[in-house]
Design a protein around this ligand. Structure first.
Ligand code: C2E
Ligand code: MG
Ligand code: MG
Ligand code: MG
Length: 278
């Protein structure tokens, strides 16, 4: 008989409300049960490929957290990240994602770079640097294979402290990306004031490409600014061939979206870089 893994908090997610999701209090209790202590974590990572736009080759993969449940659809980040952020549990969740993603990537038969998402709260931890250093050391992952994605919310509070954190992290040899650029109150000034390696152009801009030339002008300007500042540009949420054609012609560094590949299990991602059979 196999060992039974008791996933912490699983029983708390059994009841759905009218919306087809567990209630906020059940999510909070299950998060707390699974993130405090040593019980096996109930989360898994989905991986979304990111492709060079010039030649279509694989450039990197982004780890996106999922929360599988028995007999129900997995919870997606929008279902539980806001609760994790509001309760301060997010730093524990992001630490698990960091360690798990680094360990996975280090085990691959490929040097493919990875990116992970980190909520703003991590950047106010005094021990963020040692946390990242130990994830790299434990996994053996080369720092230049890791990129950490942050949204502009991280820049709103204590910009000087956050800038120092970014500088120290980059000093380890990893990269920092500004995620969802243009999706919030984002100003172009952020690209100048913080040393980002990559800017990810928000899905909302890519969607607007379908509706005309003004959106095209904005996206082209972001790409050109990236080129001028030596910041890589990654277009998010690419769903149509027309969007891909425009982004390629405009010179975006990379593209990511359902057209090219949805978030997938690790085994499907690693099959993308397995040598072809025969
Ligand atoms: P994000 O980092 O901007 O990730 C991209 C999101 O867009 C993902 O949603 C992905 O599934 C979705 N997406 C990708 N391509 C397309 C497309 O072509 N069309 C559309 N409509 N959507 C697309 P997901 O996985 O639900 O994640 C949502 C957000 O949750 C992420 O946005 C990120 O901000 C956050 N998140 C995910 N994993 C983590 C994590 O481990 N820690 C933290 N703090 N946040 C996370
Ligand atoms: Mg992201
Ligand atoms: Mg994004
Ligand atoms: Mg997002």
């Amino acid at each position: 008989r196999g060992r039974t893994l008791r996933l912490a908090g699983a029983h708390l997610l059994g009841r759905d409300t009218a919306k087809g999701l567990p209630g906020r209090q059940d999510i909070e209790a299950a998060l707390r049960a699974s993130l405090t202590g040593d019980a096996p974590k109930p989360f898994v990572l989905a991986w979304q490929p990111i492709f060079h736009s010039n030649d279509g080759t694989l450039m990197a993969a982004e780890a996106l957290v999922r929360w599988p449940r028995p007999r129900r659809a997995p919870l997606v980040p929008d279902d539980f990240i806001p609760v994790a952020e509001a309760t301060g549990l997010i730093t524990h969740l992001d630490r698990w994602v960091l360690r798990t993603a680094c360990a996975a990537a280090a085990s691959w038969d490929s040097d493919l770079p990875i990116s992970i998402n980190m909520s703003a709260a991590n950047f106010y931890l005094t021990d963020l640097l040692p946390i990242v250093m130990s994830a790299l050391a434990e996994s053996g992952l080369s720092p230049d294979r890791l990129e950490i994605e942050v949204t502009e919310t991280v820049l709103l509070q204590d910009p000087d402290g956050v800038r120092q954190q970014i500088d120290r992290l980059r000093g380890l040899g990893l990269r920092i990306a500004l995620d969802d650029f243009g999706g919030g109150h984002g100003t172009l000034g952020y690209l100048n004031a913080f040393p980002f390696d990559t800017v990810k152009i928000d899905r909302a801009f890519i969607r607007q490409l379908d509706s005309g030339e003004r959106a095209e002008a904005v996206v082209r300007a972001i790409i050109q600014l990236g080129q001028a500042l030596s910041i890589r540009t990654v277009a998010e949420g690419v769903e149509t061939q027309a969007q891909l054609d425009f982004l390629t012609a405009a010179g975006a560094t990379a593209v990511q979206g359902f057209l090219l590949g949805a978030p997938m299990p690790e085994a499907r991602l690693t099959a993308l870089f397995a040598p072809p059979l025969g």
